[in-house]
Design a protein around this ligand. Structure first.
Ligand SMILES: [Zn+2]
Length: 407
């Protein structure tokens, strides 16, 4: 054996949930499995007894291993929080009262605008670290609390810097069309033009955004406004995603499909035509149990409809200060199992393989397969199904691109 062929590391004796559809077992399971890592990528996957030689051998001690989690929908960068407002609601205040008292999304906008890039990084880093501690190696972060050109760029730049500081893969999404800023309350069209003609091209030019998103809803932006933003994104060469059908059916999913969106997210009010359009255009459905839980919603996303049309289902935290203060990516799996009726395998696929697909990263992460980034989580568990059972379990080791983040 030539030394040059030695791998950097092998982790042996794992209950290996590869999530590779090519391995015809539930969860792509390899029982006494091993992975070989070279130059940050999986170089080999198979049975422990067949593992190739390597410079370093790690004993997994029979623990469960899965692809590191992918949190494909967060609003992680912001200043301030809305904990007091949450308590006001518990005490009977309605949203209009809260907004009048200076609360709601605009309170986060105000706090975010008055914070520097470094203050936002300092405020947001503990949230990113919490997601990493729960197993996430890839996190999408949206802007959307700045709502001016400079404040949105500040958020995207802060998100990128957070990824560098924490040593995880961050994908940034421009969400200028999150809410109508107060200074444009009487001129919606002017704000949409600002997003399309200035904000979006600047984000593209400065290389700060990987995708563009919008909140298509009665309290957000109309389907026509969303289409204008998607056209501008296409012109700038950026893929799109959409907050669609969360509180009502605005036919956003069909619009997302028309623009070959990476994903349509929320989808509680999705109809059959929307599901069929998503399937035809390979748009991933991103379900967000944290928002459903926090808002105490009763209309569930139509999981059976998605299954029938073979729409890929991803899951995410939707981490945000108003409607989903969720700091744990692993906990989304039992929440989706209990509240949405997803199977354990759908849950783990949703937080790994399909989450990666929703970010256009399906050739990079989300599966334990030779050639992909060596992003792997080791859990103090035996069976992959337990990930959709325990609320609050954390991995005891996490590798990102072959580098151990903790363990
Ligand atoms: Zn969201």
């Amino acid at each position: 054996m030539y030394k040059a062929q030695m791998l950097d590391a092998v982790i042996k004796h794992l209950r290996l949930a590869t999530m590779d559809p090519a391995i015809r077992e539930p969860f792509g399971l390899v029982y006494d499995g091993a992975v070989g890592i070279n130059r940050g990528r999986f170089a080999w996957v198979g049975a422990s007894r067949d593992a190739p030689p390597s410079r370093r051998v790690i004993d997994g001690r029979g623990r469960l291993a899965s692809p590191a989690l992918v949190d494909c929908h967060t609003h992680l960068v912001f200043a301030g929080d809305r904990a007091a407002e949450f308590e006001m609601r518990r005490r009977g205040a309605v949203y209009a009262d809260i907004a009048k008292a200076g609360g709601g999304i605009l309170s986060t906008v105000k706090a975010t605008r008055s914070s520097t890039r470094n203050e936002i990084i300092a405020a947001s880093l503990p949230r990113l670290r919490a997601l990493i501690a729960s197993g996430a190696a890839t996190v999408e972060i949206k802007s959307g609390y700045g709502l001016t050109i400079e404040d949105e760029m500040k958020l995207l730049d802060a998100a990128r810097e957070l990824g560098r500081i924490a040593g995880v893969r961050v994908r940034t999404t421009l969400l200028g069309a999150h809410a109508l800023p107060p200074e444009y309350a009487h001129d919606r069209a002017a704000y949409v033009r600002l997003v399309c003609e200035q904000m979006l091209p600047q984000a593209a030019l400065r290389g700060l955004a990987d995708a563009v998103d919008a909140f298509c809803e009665t309290i957000g932006f109309t389907a026509d406004e969303t289409a204008a933003i998607f056209n501008a994104a296409a012109k700038a060469g950026l893929r799109v995603k959409l907050h669609a059908e969360q509180l009502s059916n605005q036919h956003g999913a069909a619009l997302a499909a028309k623009f070959h969106a990476l994903s349509a997210d929320h989808l509680e009010h999705l109809d059959e035509a929307g599901a069929a359009a998503m399937a035809a255009a390979n748009v991933v459905a991103v379900l967000l149990p944290g928002a459903y839980f926090t808002l105490n919603e009763t209309t569930k996303p139509p999981v059976d409809l998605l299954r029938r049309h073979r729409v890929k289902i991803a899951l995410a935290t939707d981490l945000n200060p108003g409607t989903s203060p969720v700091l744990n990516a692993a906990m989304i799996m039992p929440m989706a199992a209990t509240m949405f009726g997803l199977t354990a395998e759908e849950c783990l696929a949703g937080m790994t393989r399909e989450g990666a697909r929703a970010l256009g990263l399906d050739e990079e992460t989300g599966i334990i397969r030779p050639g992909l980034a060596a992003d792997i989580a080791l859990w103090p568990l035996k069976e992959p199904g337990e990930l959709a059972y325990w609320l609050g379990v954390a991995p005891d080791a996490l590798f990102v691109g072959g580098e151990m983040r903790f363990g």
